[in-house]
Design a protein around this ligand. Structure first.
Ligand SMILES: [Zn+2]
Length: 433
């Protein structure tokens, strides 16, 4: 169905969009009430035109490897994103994070509009992958899907942001007060360098739109994400010659295997808790009874208080040893908080849903977490407005070394929805003041 709806809240004194190339301001600030009329049909056409362009952007971004600790790779993807912004005439800054971990720089964009709403878009440019992994997952398009390393998590989020910026610039959308974009480089390692910046960004903005992926079975806006913790377990045993006198040793690997197996049932200890051992290491050489072993569990929960329960049970269980005279120590680290639904975020989700309806795109609202944890949660810590998640593309396969993909049919609706949301939320915000 052809949509032709004129959205007007202000006296529609149509001003030509002033696209101040190279400047941070897209419109004259003195004309606060003079906002361009935005027609849904125009945005729909623009979104449609951007589909092949966005795929090209994905192809470029997927070709760059940028694991969270690969500073060289991160510099390459920063340059690629920077080039795209240059092409749009949008200035950006590279900013360094805080914290003790050396992390890649973040890309920060600030654009002034004519209204009052402060809106931020966030995504991340790092991946969970190692150097060389891209050979296993080159970019390809097949059966309505675009494949490639990191394409779902979170190249798609970056691409949605870049092409949304292009669309709102072309359409002359200037109803917002300030639009901020932050693309960080350490999300996959818990955002040690960027979380302070993200918290401050959350505090300064009325609406934060996080551009991580949405599901493949159904498209949705997400209002809740899991909190994340880790358990580092260390076993201290005793070394001995594995051939001459193994009985003198205390095998740390056996003890660790026992610990890992006896804590398996912590998974699902409370609704939403996911407990999985994901890393382990033991021994130094083949012919020595290993004197040390380490293992790390990744833990997800719907609420921070569930971690208390997991930690307590874990402490209790590790008292039971298989190998006598070994010591087992636990370090339990709570990292990412959960994103929780709020009245304000639900209101924005409903607005998003009504925008999706204009193009007959079914869009659900997810109010319970499903295991993923994202930076949206950091943005919410000091935020008094709304924080909404899943504005990347529909996709699957993130954090695997095979078949990560996005659904091509989700590109157009997602670009339409994000651009329209920025405009409509801003107009509501302007009229509420
Ligand atoms: Zn991600």
């Amino acid at each position: 169905m052809k949509i032709f709806r004129t959205l007007r809240i202000f006296m529609p004194l149509i001003v030509a969009p002033i696209l101040a190339m190279g400047s941070l301001c897209w419109a004259p600030s003195s004309l606060a009430a003079e906002l361009k009329e935005i027609q849904a049909s125009q945005i729909e056409v623009l979104a449609n035109n951007e589909v092949p362009e966005l795929l090209k952007t994905l192809e470029e971004l997927v070709a760059i490897e940028s694991g969270s600790t690969d500073l060289e790779g991160l510099a390459k993807i920063q340059a690629a994103i920077g080039k795209k912004l240059d092409g749009l005439g949008i200035p950006y800054q590279l900013i360094q994070g805080s914290g003790n971990t050396k992390t890649g720089a973040m890309i920060l964009v600030k654009i002034k509009g004519n209204g009052t709403a402060k809106i931020a878009l966030i995504a991340h440019m790092d991946t969970v992958y190692q150097k060389g992994d891209s050979k296993k997952q080159p970019f390809k398009v097949a059966d309505g899907k675009a494949y490639g390393l990191g394409i779902q998590d979170d190249r798609a989020g970056i691409a949605v942001i870049l092409h949304t910026l292009k669309m709102i610039k072309t359409a002359g959308i200037n109803s917002f007060g300030e639009l901020t974009v932050l693309i960080n480089a350490d999300e996959e390692i818990g955002s040690p360098g960027s979380k302070e910046t993200i918290m401050a960004l959350g505090e300064a903005n009325d609406l934060v739109i996080s551009c991580e992926t949405s599901g493949t079975k159904a498209d949705y806006v997400r209002l809740a994400t899991s909190s994340i913790a880790r358990a580092d377990l260390k076993v201290q045993g005793k070394a001995a010659h594995s051939g001459a006198n193994p009985e003198f040793g205390r095998n740390a690997l056996y003890e660790m295997a026992h610990q890992v197996l006896q804590t398996r049932d912590l998974n699902n200890i409370a609704p939403g808790v996911k407990f999985n051992w994901t890393l382990a290491q033991a021994g130094t050489v083949r012919n020595m009874i290993p004197f040390g072993a380490t293992a790390t569990a990744d833990i997800r929960a719907n609420k921070m208080s569930d971690f208390d329960l997991v930690e307590e049970k874990l402490k209790e269980k590790i008292q039971h040893h298989l190998i006598p005279e070994t010591t087992v120590t636990l370090d339990f680290v709570r990292s990412r908080p959960p994103l929780v639904p709020t009245e304000k975020s639900l209101a924005v989700a409903k607005l998003t849903q009504s925008i999706a309806k204009e193009i007959q795109w079914p869009l659900g609202i997810l109010e319970t977490p499903t295991g993923g944890g994202t930076d949206a949660a950091y943005a919410q810590i000091r935020n008094r407005g709304a924080v909404i998640e899943s504005f990347g593309l529909q996709g699957f396969g993130g954090h695997t070394d095979n078949a990560e993909y996005i659904l091509i049919e989700s590109i157009k609706p997602r670009l339409f929805i994000t651009s329209m949301l920025i405009d409509q939320y801003s107009r509501q915000h302007n009229s509420a003041k």
